[in-house]
Design a protein around this ligand. Structure first.
Ligand code: ARG
Length: 304
């Protein structure tokens, strides 16, 4: 297991390479360039699996060890805290999926688009998330009536291409793509998800700093796979195998050259290393019972 000490990144470099942060700085071009990454998290004080809105939850129902979940989350927060600031949303009883803050909304610089969830089980989170974005000073934009978009779980900015990759077909609706493009001013490239176990884009696709990509191709339909392959050179694409994919390796947090995830095989570590990245492993299997891992437990915010 790699230690954080092996990761040597100046804060400036971090600001340039963490997806979203550089863009956030661009969006505030008149202000000085921001240096420290920032994430929104929510402690799993009320985290359980007592309904099932994805296949992981069917197997995980009633099996969460609350104390273990809390210590895994606390460790993740600590790992992130060494590279970035962490803000916390207050946990709320009866909203067990609130710790998955990636689904709170889509953030681009000072703009936030609060999510509309597919399943009624998570709709109670919507007003709460919207309120958080307002009080945090975001320019909050509403989705058009109708389509669901589950925030940064299904919408990931490429670090080099001026592109927002959007997952659809399970939770988010492709009908929202034009509205999202208009709101964030970036081309949206919809990718169709075809395996219910990889129901959010961030479970199987992770744009890396500098334009590389970690992904699990079988989670996409053929046309989407071709689009990704035509957009990103083969030398910069790491296709993970099923073992890594089912251990949520693509659900990774990028902090400069440090890639924080639950676990990576030797082969994946080597692949990352070849592209200049270091895998930082931190156990998150309690959250796998709900269908989430490292990245879903965070939402990247503009830096401070
Ligand atoms: N139980 C949650 C759900 O099914 C997990 C969400 C994971 N979030 C993510 N961005 N992949 O909605």
């Amino acid at each position: 297991m790699n230690t954080l000490l092996e990761v040597r990144e100046s804060r400036d470099h971090l600001a340039r390479t963490v997806p979203g942060i550089a863009r956030a700085a661009d969006a505030h071009a008149s202000r000085p360039r921001r240096a420290r990454a920032r994430f929104l998290m929510c402690a799993p004080a009320h985290f359980t699996v007592d309904y099932a809105i994805n296949p992981w939850m069917e197997a995980g129902a009633g099996r969460v060890d609350a104390a273990r979940a809390m210590s895994q989350w606390t460790l993740l927060r600590e790992v992130i805290g060494r590279h970035a600031d962490v803000e916390c949303l207050a946990p709320v009883p009866g909203l067990p999926d609130l710790p998955f803050t990636a689904n709170a909304g889509l953030v681009h610089g000072s703009i936030a688009v609060p999510s509309r969830f597919r399943h009624r089980e998570r709709r109670g989170e919507e007003a709460l998330n919207a309120r958080w974005f307002v009080q945090a000073g975001f320019d909050v934009r509403a989705l058009p009536e109708g389509p669901c978009v589950e925030g940064a779980g299904d919408a990931l900015f490429d670090d080099v291409l001026d592109v927002l990759w959007m997952g659809h077909g399970v939770r988010s609706d492709v009908a929202a793509a034009p509205a999202l493009a208009a709101i964030v001013g970036v081309e949206v490239r919809p990718l169709r998800l075809v395996d219910p176990r990889f129901y959010h884009l961030d479970t199987c696709f992770c744009p890396l700093p500098g334009g590389a990509l970690l992904w699990y191709p079988p989670a996409f339909d053929a046309a989407s796979r071709r689009w990704v392959e035509a957009s990103i050179d083969a030398s910069r694409r790491i296709a993970v195998d099923a073992g890594d994919a089912f251990a949520f390796a693509c659900n990774a947090i990028c902090l400069g050259s440090a890639i924080v995830l639950h676990r990576a095989s030797g082969q994946l570590k080597q692949g990352l290393d070849d592209l200049g990245f270091t895998a930082i492993e931190t156990p998150l299997d309690e959250f796998h019972k709900s269908g989430g891992s490292a990245k879903c437990l965070t939402l990247a915010l503009p830096g401070t």
